[in-house]
Design a protein around this ligand. Structure first.
Ligand code: ATP
Ligand code: MG
Length: 207
């Protein structure tokens, strides 16, 4: 299966991706995580990406295409793509590389996004997400340190939401036309949202 996880920042893509990837045995490709790793390692891609991420903007399409091609190279059979595509140009470029089966569009209102993001901590080692209101962890299960992402503050998240509305949300039209879009209500607990995703994948399988 080739699945795309779509939705605004803080929709829970990363959290749900972990569950989906475990249950269906799919490699999880998070373009945001790849960029953060590059920033950490101070690569050329990281140096470019940092300037955009810090301001809540999207990294340039050509940089993202390079990232995608590298990541997809080992996943010919199936994958779970989290955070890509985020522009129409990226969606069209992806169509040229492979045929996606289903796009899970996790929908959530802006206030819930801000609430989740200002309470978010991430593991600096494995990237797992934690929410201060739900988890009392002081370190990640993997032993890594929990940190607050540079782009996880109210000011930057408002900009990320603005960019989402203008550049990313319109991409749903592209997949609607291809009859690949599945709507997932992103409110509620992690388990509730995962149940909705399993149902959507089951429905897709029967089509
Ligand atoms: P979620 O909380 O739902 O998991 P997220 O807000 O954590 O989503 P990431 O996918 O981690 O978002 O991406 C973080 C940042 O990396 C984005 O705001 C953007 O600047 C950059 N980025 C990631 N993927 C892309 C892409 N496909 N195109 C452009 N920029 C990207
Ligand atoms: Mg994420």
């Amino acid at each position: 299966m080739k699945i795309v996880l779509f939705g605004p920042p803080g929709a829970g893509k990363g959290t749900q991706a972990e569950h989906i990837s475990n249950m269906y045995g799919l490699p999880h490709i998070s373009t945001g995580a790849v960029l953060r790793r590059n920033i950490e390692e101070k690569t050329q891609i990281g140096l470019v990406a940092l300037q955009y991420i810090e301001r809540g903007r999207l990294a340039p399409d050509d940089v993202m295409m390079d990232v995608l091609k590298m990541e997809l190279s080992g996943c010919k059979k199936g994958f779970l793509l989290d955070g890509f595509p985020r522009t129409l140009a990226q969606a069209e470029a992806l169509d040229k590389i492979t045929d996606v089966d289903v796009v899970l569009n996790i929908e959530i209102d802006a206030d819930s996004v801000v609430e989740r993001i200002v309470n978010r901590m991430v593991c600096s080692k494995c990237g797992k997400n934690y929410n201060k209101k739900i988890h009392s962890h002081t370190a990640c299960d993997c032993g890594g340190e929990l940190i607050v992402r540079k782009d996880d503050n109210e000011e930057v998240v408002r900009e990320r939401l603005r960019v989402y509305e203008s550049e990313t949300r319109p991409v749903t039209e592209h997949y609607l036309k291809q009859n690949k879009l599945a709507h997932i209500d992103g409110h509620g607990t992690i388990e509730e949202v995962f149940e909705r995703i399993k149902q959507a994948l089951y429905d897709y399988d029967k089509k």
